[in-house]
Ligand binder design. Sequence first.
Ligand SMILES: Nc1ncnc2c1ncn2[C@@H]1O[C@H](COP(=O)(O)OP(=O)(O)O)[C@@H](O)[C@H]1O
Ligand SMILES: [Mg+2]
Length: 311
Amino acid sequence: MANGTGLEAGIIVGSLDNSENIQLQRAFERANIKAAMMMPEDIAIGINLNSTFYHDRISIDSIPGFVVRGIGFTTMTRSFYRMDTLYALEARGKVLVNGARATETAMNKCLTSVALDAAGISTPATIVAENLKHALASFEKLGGDVLIKPVYGSQGIGIFRVQDKGYAENVFLEMFRNGHVFYVQEFHPWACPPGITASHPFDVRVVVIGGGIAGAMIRESPLETAWKTNVHQGAVPRAYDPPEEVRELARRAARAIHLDIAGVDLLFSAKTQDWVVLEVNCAPGWTGLAKVCDADIPARIVEFYRQRIRK
Ligand SMILES: Nc1ncnc2c1ncn2[C@@H]1O[C@H](COP(=O)(O)OP(=O)(O)O)[C@@H](O)[C@H]1O
Ligand SMILES: [Mg+2]
């Protein structure tokens, strides 16, 4: 590991022993860029002092830029503080890949959906609300078959489907009592577009780096009934060479969130017989992708970082 001096890159991570983070650090080493991994909670911000940042091992002030891979999971106040740290790094002239604003938008399903819709990108009808009355009304407004998602969530965790009105009422009431915010989305049954044959639910993940397509895959569920197609939920990656229409949609989605590195999830809907963008991730993994696609995502990230730093 780098000793904290002469560093040319920082990798901001939620966990130091994550295998993809370690692969990214090795990709930096292979490119002869001295990089160190760090967790946001180990960084202190200094104001009107000799140092603008403090870290036990690493001289943050001398690092020109950072790849942001995660800020970890913690309390709400600490999560806000970790985001503040990203904004503070930018305010001190550091290059962040992805930037603070883009990271904040992508981590938040409400802000992501708003940004996609504002950019004219097709995304499922969704109601986000704090008020119980709005939540209760959302069920029928969204067609009586909805997904309820955590606003801050990933890997499909915590998302559930509700198709019964009485059940929806009970769930909304309990969630309201527990202080939740409602993110309620119409369910889109899957279909096969021309060029794809699948017998189980699937979606498509496209990784966009610096405005170009770095890799893509189909994620197909092992079961007819399992509609959550995250690799984490057991979906199986399949090779996929997306047509220009899907590539362009993915590029536009990444641009809408201002992401340099983006993992765009797209579903071909049986309802609309067209693609919808489900979400855009700011720290897409590549373990599943690497099984079916020969793109070297860590190398692409490092190359993009190098170009940004040289500007
Ligand atoms: N509106 C929807 N209709 C049908 N399936 C969906 C919809 N939204 C999400 N899914 C399924 O659930 C998975 C996880 O949803 P997503 O919004 O990407 O959340 P996460 O951040 O947890 O990955 C998607 O990959 C897809 O398989
Ligand atoms: Mg997803």
